[in-house]
Design a protein around this ligand. Sequence first.
Ligand code: ADP
Length: 581
Amino acid sequence: MKSFKPLVPFLKRHLGSYVLGVLFLMLVDAIQLIPPHLLGKATDDLKNGLMTPKLLGLYAAAIIGLALAVACGRFLWRMNLIGASRKLEMDLRNHLFNKLLELSPGYYDTHKTGDLMAHATNDVNAVRMFFGPGIVRLVDSVFMTLTTILAMIFTIDFRLTLITIIPLAVMSFIINRFGKLVHDLFKKVQEAFSSLTDRVQESFSGIRVIKAFVQEEEELKNFEKENTKNFNANMRMVKIWGLFDPMVQLMASLSFTAVLIYGGIMTIKGNISLGDFVAFTSYLGMLIWPMMAMGWVINMMQRAAASMERLENIFKEIPEIQDEDPIKINSLEGHITIKNLTFRYKKELKPVLSDINIDLKPGQTLGVTGRTGSGKTTLARLLLRQYPVPTNSIFFDGIGINDIPLKTLRENIGFVPQDSFLFSDTLSGNIGFAGNFPDEEIIKAAKLSAIDKEIRDFPKGYSTIVGERGVTLSGGQKQRISIARALIKNPRILILDDCLSAVDASTEEKILMNLKSYLSGRTSIIISHRISAIKDCDEIIVLEQGKIFERGNHEQLLEKGGIYAQMYRHQLLEENLLKEA
Ligand code: ADP
């Protein structure tokens, strides 16, 4: 029960719905107890020759009237109780999504998307199931069991009641035990299914690689293995259900047999009337479901508690990066200072960046190059504070990065990441992602990124949908849309992380030409493998294993004759070879 504590505020807010729902439910249950009694009386009247057509009509009218009342009551408890549980589900999902948006990128390095999806679906569902259908079953089983048994005892006979409910009590106990078993098996079925879907998802994402390496047969074998596991898990479930169902039927039959024999004898002896006998069997029929439900309710509650605990673990997660009493500023000038920055992703890992010192005045451009894995992207991520930045190591306009509101920091930086992720939205929606921009600005940004003409060539132009439901863009096209998305923000600072790698040399040249005037007055950091993209920067640094290995402007670095000069020579040579070809 402790695990449900976080739900208390919600439950309090919807207490009215729950109370009303429970009242209607109990009312329905109580009304349902009357027809068997009427049926018993009618039987006795028929047997004793007291029944008249008028009386029969009254009995019929009473039963119909009660049925109507039950129908209304059922609608009302469902709207209140099940309605509240659906609200709880919606609130929990909103809260979870909000929390997941709040968490820092580092969280997503260590948590699989599949697991997070499972929390959002299975766990939320398990909680909803208990606080909706679970409550219904709980009220039903406790109230119906008690009232039916009392009705049996007081209107008919105590001993007969006792004899018939013993098999049912045994059944309830078995169901509870069985519920645990089913729960464990169900978990295994879910795991098997989730690993099956993981497998399929990966196969589809990597279909091109699979085909290129002719691995279809191997993939099929792996899939069959997972599929068989899934089948076996399901078969175990089928077996258990196969055993369980007859067992419940058997117990119910035992109860009915006991009524038939013992009740029959009592009726013959005249201890109870025939009407009592009929009413009793009706009550028994009504008792089976609530007694079975009792076992299930306990099980549902345990499942919901476990799910709530898992959700609570996410809710309790403190974002690695958040505002901590920041200085109130809305804009940045663009003066970036990096002082003795040493950074590691985790304490136990070795530093990815060591002793970085940079001073970039507003309006200046910094070029960053170096081998793959030398720390270039990490530097960009730290400037956006996507990972925890050591204090006194990065400053904007002299203010420590950790004292700047995250919103201000990120709104003032236009960032083009290496992987140009686009949303399944229109092209204009993707370019204008960061706000509400008029069409002219979207077109202007697209022109700057040299993608406007290609967009117009699509049948639906700027309204073309990107992704699975629309067009498939080339890597270079995605990169340019991603550049336009950053440029339209009109930021003081621009960080381009190797975002021209997939465009050809002439498009690159065009974009760089366009950017020249755009960049004037803005501070920019251009990360690239290609010297052509950074050679005009005010300062260029070459990173090697997280350290600044060389620095200077293009000419100075060429003069130095180090890695940079070597890279430049190689790239010139390649270019010339390409031109000749
Ligand atoms: P570059 O952009 O120069 O290719 P990165 O900054 O991406 O280099 O990576 C630098 C180093 O940091 C690499 O060794 C990489 O494996 C490591 N690294 C990158 N991201 C993470 C992360 N999220 N967690 C741990 N290590 C990381």
